[in-house]
Write a protein that binds this ligand. Structure first.
Ligand SMILES: NC(=O)c1ccc[n+]([C@@H]2O[C@H](COP(=O)([O-])OP(=O)(O)OC[C@H]3O[C@@H](n4cnc5c(N)ncnc54)[C@H](OP(=O)(O)O)[C@@H]3O)[C@@H](O)[C@H]2O)c1
Length: 398
């Protein structure tokens, strides 16, 4: 297929998590290219005020709300559309609603942008009906990488990364064959606490952890960036996306977030992808792949940026990196347990129930207790490990 043919006609897009940071950025990109994309489905957990606005602007065929009562209220609010017969939208609730959004006949691409484990099932359902999945929801690959990648292959579906680092690697890795790749280098901003001493991290507040220096994101990933668990999750994500051994994936601190990641080849040549830190760029790349369109994002001015710096991460200060790498090395259901324990720990931190440094302590304690029976990785086993780890994490006491 030529590049021109690939973007012929208007492509239908469903967005799982349309009210979040990635979801809103995706709708901005779609709004910019009405001749190329139309919104078919939208899904969120409970923010029906924003969903209503999005429905009236983008006129999807179906909208789903996880919360059943909120779905009922949204249906009432959108009654005028149904009555007019024009642009009527089907309002659905719960898992059935998520499935309808992910699998709608008019949808060609599903932007998976829910936060956390909630996105796993609807994203898998999209794969099962051969949709092209644009993956922002990294927790899907952390929990169920082996199963997910195998289903994508078996069903003839496609997976395009949206995470800026993985989008960068996806673009650079085409510079050689798989055998010619020496390593991939995932860059990390280092988050808001890069320049703090470990002793100072004892007392950091939720507000401080939510002040990311370069990116505006949802609260869970922002806290993950502060602990650097985000980079640990991205390490596992990269492992499944690019199929390289874990010891060929390096993490490098780059506080300016301009070099989004790099690929080093066996001859010593390194390819990097650069751009302003704006998620609209990798989102547009994934939507348009393999074509590039003239976008609306601000352009990179390297003279203005001036200096780009790099250094190795401090393993003492950021134990989450060690925990994620160890979970990946152990394999099986360890990454799913890491993810679930981390989701609970971050939620406890955001509610003021534990301190910042206790996030990693809690995750480590749950991982230490976990016993993988090594019997294989079915969806049921993954979901059971996720459930067990959440229970343990909720019960954890310092
Ligand atoms: N933000 C970024 O720049 C960025 C960059 C790279 C990767 N990512 C990844 O992209 C994903 C989304 O991140 P985000 O920052 O956009 O998160 P966010 O702003 O918190 O948005 C999360 C979205 O998921 C929806 N959601 C949450 N739980 C749900 C459930 N049980 N059922 C249905 N919908 C649910 C939320 O709906 P409500 O609004 O109704 O709660 C919201 O639309 C994460 O996996 C993150 O790691 C994000």
């Amino acid at each position: 297929m030529t590049k021109q043919e690939d973007l012929n006609g208007v492509k239908g897009v469903s967005i799982l998590g349309s009210t979040g940071s990635i979801g809103k950025n995706t709708l901005e990109v779609i709004h910019h290219f009405p001749d190329h994309f139309k919104v078919v489905g939208l899904a969120a957990k409970s923010n029906i005020d924003l969903l209503e606005e999005q429905v009236r602007t983008f006129k999807p065929q179906v909208v789903a709300v996880e919360d059943v009562e909120k779905a009922r209220v949204l249906k009432d609010r959108l009654h005028d559309l149904a009555k007019s017969g024009r642009n009527s939208v089907e309002v659905m609730a719960g898992p059935e609603g998520m499935k309808s959004v992910a699998c709608h006949d008019e949808t060609q691409m599903v932007l998976s942008a829910m936060v956390g484990a909630a996105g796993l099932i609807p994203t898998l359902e999209a794969v099962h009906v051969k949709k092209r999945v644009l993956l922002a929801n990294k927790e899907v690959l952390v929990m169920a990488g082996e199963l997910f990648v195998s289903e994508v292959g078996k069903r003839g579906s496609e997976m395009i990364p949206v995470d800026s680092e993985h989008s960068a690697i996806f673009q650079c890795i085409e510079g050689g064959t798989k055998q010619e790749v020496a390593k991939i280098i995932l860059t990390a901003s280092g988050g808001p606490f890069l320049h703090k001493e470990t002793s100072e991290l004892e007392k950091v507040t939720v507000e401080e952890a939510l002040q990311h220096p370069n990116w505006k994101m949802g609260p869970k990933i922002t806290v993950d960036s502060a602990t650097m668990m985000n980079k640990g999750l991205e390490l596992i994500e990269a492992y499944w996306l690019f199929g390289l051994p874990e010891n060929q994936i390096q993490i490098l601190i780059h506080p300016q977030s301009i070099v989004h990641s790099m690929v080093e080849f066996v001859d010593g040549s390194v390819l990097a992808q650069l751009g302003v830190p704006d998620m609209k760029l990798p989102i547009q790349y994934a939507l348009c792949y393999p074509t590039r369109l003239n976008g609306s994002s601000p352009r990179l001015n390297l003279a203005q940026v001036g200096t780009l710096t790099f250094k190795d991460p401090d393993p003492e200060k950021f134990p989450a990196l060690r925990l994620a790498r160890a979970a990946l090395q152990k394999g099986g259901t360890y990454p799913a347990v890491l993810n679930a324990a981390n989701e609970v720990a971050v939620s406890k931190f955001l509610q003021g129930k534990i301190k910042f440094l206790q996030i990693a302590h809690l995750v480590e304690a749950v991982l230490e207790k976990h016993q993988d029976n090594g019997s294989g990785m079915t969806l049921l086993e993954i979901l059971e490990s996720d459930r067990w780890a959440r229970e343990e994490a909720l019960a954890w006491k310092a």
